[in-house]
Design a protein. Structure first.
Length: 413
């Protein structure tokens, strides 16, 4: 009961902090309302169908940026040719409502060519505005209803290395009237807090280059702070002032610090390529901030797949054994169950009601019963013809998927 209470409280607080007036069923940013991969209002069908019904499919362009849903609208950042395209679609039909296009040429590193030229960062909807962060660190704010551009900042010209080596992928964080992003490139960058209405800098914290994982808000020892994966560290920043509170080295191979931290009480949980999944306690003692590793577990190494805390358990997708789903106790790190393996390179994980969804990059959606007793698969669907690196949006009766080129809306009945 304690674990369940902690998880729900963290989700509710984070939702209040980060999503403003968005509706309960909305999916307004990376990983959903509370930025934690939980679809809190989902109601499962009485019986899972043998096949999903395709409601519609539209060509939208390339990129791993995930769609978001607010009200009856979908918002997406994608690539068409040498341009990035910000679009709004009608949820019921897939009809395009507005779009904005701007130049964004990008040549991926040789080892990342299979992932294309982006974009990778998911848009954020907040207080009637839409914020997008392109692969070259072009940050834009729009009126979400009309598509009118409100302001745009191009950070690709401020630093000697103008972006992360593999391109920007961390999504904008909107909280307390601020739009928070990491800018810069390998070796040097900054965490910026901008006035969300004007784009003007409110505070700036310089440090090493940006990571690829998205910042989240937490409250430790009574201080609201931002946890940010940078190029070679994890840092805690005072939300109000931008002051660096704590910093812990977090070096992963090729500087691919990708995982979005999961907050649970006074802990946060994270991992990285070839690094144990681990829980870190943050506290202030005798006027000094400290970080302490509470547990770590090797079988649950994460690469590009961020875990989800739901019902007192942590669910995730490990790189072990060529792709393994798992559930573990987030207080101890004890693995409760894991799959046999050979399930692919990555999977997006969403907890919804009594179920957990694993969408692999192979376009296979696995529905699993949420339990710590044993692995209990419920349904399996193929939801696209192309690769599915973007996170799906799970709604009552519908699932929205972005594959290599298209948006697809599936009905559960």
């Amino acid at each position: 009961m304690v674990r369940r209470s902690l998880g729900i409280t963290a989700a509710v607080v984070a939702a209040a902090l980060m999503t403003g007036a968005s509706g309960a069923a909305d999916w307004p940013q990376w990983r959903g309302p509370a930025r934690d991969g939980v679809a809190a209002s989902f109601q499962a069908p009485k019986a899972w169908p043998e096949k999903l019904r395709k409601a519609w499919s539209v060509d939208v362009g390339k990129g791993h940026s995930s769609p978001i849903v607010v009200g009856e609208r979908i918002y997406l950042l994608s690539r068409q040719g040498e341009n990035e395209v910000v679009s709004a679609f009608e949820l019921a039909t897939g009809k395009i409502l507005w779009k904005d296009t701007y130049p964004a040429a990008f040549s991926p590193a040789p080892e990342a060519r299979s992932h294309g030229s982006g974009p990778f960062a998911t848009p954020t909807h907040h207080d009637g505005r839409l914020y997008t962060f392109g692969i070259n660190e072009i940050l834009s704010a729009y009126d979400a209803k009309s598509g009118k551009l409100l302001w745009r900042n191009d950070y690709g010209k401020e630093y000697e290395t103008p972006r992360p080596y593999y391109g920007t992928s961390a999504s904008p964080l909107l909280v307390d009237g601020l739009c928070i992003v990491q800018v810069g490139g390998p070796g040097k960058g900054a965490l910026l807090a901008l006035d969300a209405k004007t784009g003007q800098v409110k505070w700036k914290q310089e440090g090493d280059g940006p990571g690829y994982g998205t910042s989240v808000v937490a409250e430790f020892s009574g201080v609201r702070q931002i946890i940010t994966p940078t190029q070679q560290n994890l840092v805690g920043t005072d939300l109000a002032t931008g002051k660096l509170l704590w910093q812990m080295p977090f070096k992963v191979p090729y500087d691919q610090n990708i995982i979005t931290p999961v907050v649970m009480g006074d802990l946060f949980i994270t991992s990285g390529v070839d690094l144990d999944l681990q829980a870190i306690r943050v506290a202030k003692k005798d006027g000094q901030w400290t970080t302490e590793k509470v547990w770590s577990t090797r079988p649950a190494m994460l690469y590009m797949s961020s875990p989800v805390l739901s019902g007192g358990l942590l669910y995730g997708f490990s790189t072990a054994r060529r792709g393994t789903g798992f559930a573990l106790d987030p207080k101890t790190g004890e693995v409760r169950w894991k799959t046999e393996g050979n399930e692919g390179e990555s999977a997006s994980v969403v907890a919804a009601g009594d179920f957990v969804f694993f969408l692999g990059n192979d376009a296979v959606l696995r529905v699993v019963r949420r339990t710590g007793e044993a692995y209990k698969p419920v349904a399996r669907y193929t939801v696209a013809d192309g690769a599915t690196w973007a996170q799906p949006v799970v709604m009552d009766g519908r699932i929205l998927v972005k594959d290599a080129d298209r948006l697809i809306l599936w009905a559960l009945g």
